[in-house]
Design a protein around this ligand. Structure first.
Ligand code: CMC
Length: 431
């Protein structure tokens, strides 16, 4: 929370002047505090898409979209991917500090003991139609958890907050792997106590009774990096969904399910799958410039997927990390993927095209992640699920922060633009 405001803005409306405080964030960012606006003027603020609206104070993640800065709890994303594991970042986001060795052991053990799905929930997986998208399965299953685990009211969950947070972070990983195994008709693989978070997930995804999975440290390392860069991104669409739904004091599972649903959209987390589909279409067609022209054509709904961002007006720092890791990994392990060549060319053309330059459209986090996921064997319909697994600590941290503040029920206003008052005509006589 900022200190007492030292700056003010004056709003003049008709014969009234209202003085509005200007609040200042840790990094000097300014915001006009309009909490008293309606009371003093009768006016509401209209801001479709919340493009200019800060919905809360938050101490979790800092982004500077102009400079391409991303920090979790003050620590730059570039340092986190180099120096710690995803589980450490999960703890950092939820609890505010990186864990020491002892705390890390306890947290890992808590994740392990909470990683099993209630056995009675297993048969649910059998009844989704073949070909169901794993994101739909995941949001349904998470929502169903409230029926299987006791004490889901907000007070009980807040009283057992560490347990509630650990359970949801850990169990979603198991559910994601189970959903995948079911979708390919293989027996599910249970989590193992001896494996790290990412290795455990890979093992649940790819181990089979007839072909044991060989865990490769370089793949585990990559997955850690991918999970870390996705772990939080302040008030993005799905996190805002979590905060909005959570403000009604619904249980944590329903809240996370809402986040997963929001994330599934192609303008949000669904973009990583959409990027690969787009790159494949471009590769098959062979004419990259045609797609660049289509993306610029206002009469064509086509957009360059994996490009542009609401906040970043420069290269997304997460995209820079993924692109670097992609190049390193492909070179070191002699991988090749024709889609990486297409992606490089699309980026090169777009970044020198005035349309993209003027609008500050750069690759975002989703542009290269799908290529890395393909390289480590993750099927395309699981890409957005990977994003959801990684974003779990962020959602949980925001939920925790929100219930810790005395946040009001989120209930925006509107400007009504429908029909004026009218009445139902009396029925015709004789009807
Ligand atoms: N291709 C072509 N034109 C674009 C694109 C794009 N990918 N993105 C934005 N523009 C244009 C847009 O048409 C508009 O042009 P004009 O000013 O002439 O009307 C201008 O750039 C500003 O765009 P906007 O739609 O007002 O910007 P926004 O902040 O509302 O949208 C966005 C952000 C991410 C939804 C958008 O850039 C987009 O649709 N990108 C493609 C989808 C995508 O990659 N999504 C992943 C986002 S990052 C990860 C995540 O959040 O999950």
């Amino acid at each position: 929370m900022s200190a007492e405001p030292s700056e003010f803005a004056t709003l003049k409306f008709r014969d009234k002047e209202v003085v509005l405080p200007v609040v200042t964030g840790t990094e000097g960012e300014k915001g006009l505090d309009i909490t008293g606006l309606r009371k003093s003027t009768g006016l509401v603020a209209l801001d479709p898409g919340f493009v200019n609206t800060a919905s809360c104070y938050s101490q979790i993640t800092y982004i500077d979209g102009e400079k391409g800065i991303l920090r979790y709890r003050g620590i730059p994303i570039e340092e986190l991917v180099q120096k710690v594991m995803f589980v450490d970042v999960a703890y950092l986001l939820v609890h505010g500090e990186l864990p020491d060795e002892e705390t890390r052991r306890e947290f890992s053990s808590q994740l392990n003991t909470n990683s099993l799905i209630h056995e009675d929930m297993r048969h649910f997986f059998d009844h989704f139609p073949k070909g169901s998208h794993p994101m739909h399965i995941l949001s349904t299953m998470i929502n169903a958890m409230a029926a299987f685990y006791p004490n889901v009211d907000i007070k009980s969950m807040a009283d057992n907050i560490d347990q509630s947070c650990a359970r949801v972070i850990s169990i979603v990983r198991t559910m994601a792997a189970f959903a995948y195994k079911k979708s390919i008709g293989e027996p599910v693989v249970y989590p193992r106590y001896d494996l790290s978070y990412c290795a455990n997930f890979l093992n649940m995804m790819f181990d089979s009774p007839v072909k044991p999975y060989q865990i490769r440290p370089e793949i585990v390392r990559l997955l850690n990096i991918l999970f870390i860069i996705h772990a939080d991104h302040e008030q993005n669409c799905s996190t805002s969904a979590v905060r909005v739904i959570g403000s009604a004091q619904v249980n944590l599972y329903a809240t996370i399910s809402a986040g997963i649903s929001a994330l599934s959209g192609p303008l949000h987390g669904g973009a990583n799958q959409a990027v690969i589909e787009m790159l494949r279409t471009i590769q098959e067609d062979g004419d990259i410039n045609k797609f660049i022209r289509m993306a610029k054509d206002k009469n064509n709904p086509f957009r360059l997927m994996g490009f542009g961002h609401r906040v970043y007006k420069t290269y997304d720092p997460r995209a820079a990390i993924v692109r670097g890791e992609c190049e390193k990994f492909f070179h070191q392990y002699k991988y090749s993927d024709p889609l990486l060549d297409v992606a490089r060319k699309v980026e090169e053309i777009a970044l020198t095209d005035p349309y993209f330059i003027e609008r500050h459209l750069y690759p975002n986090v989703d542009f290269y992640t799908g290529i890395l996921y393909r390289a480590i064997g993750i099927p395309e319909n699981m890409f957005t699920v990977m994003f959801a697994l990684a974003r779990l600590p962020g959602w949980v941290a925001h939920w925790r922060e929100m219930i810790g503040d005395s946040t009001k029920l989120v209930r925006p206003r509107q400007i009504y633009s429908g029909r004026g008052l009218r009445h139902i005509s009396p029925p015709d006589a004789g009807d």
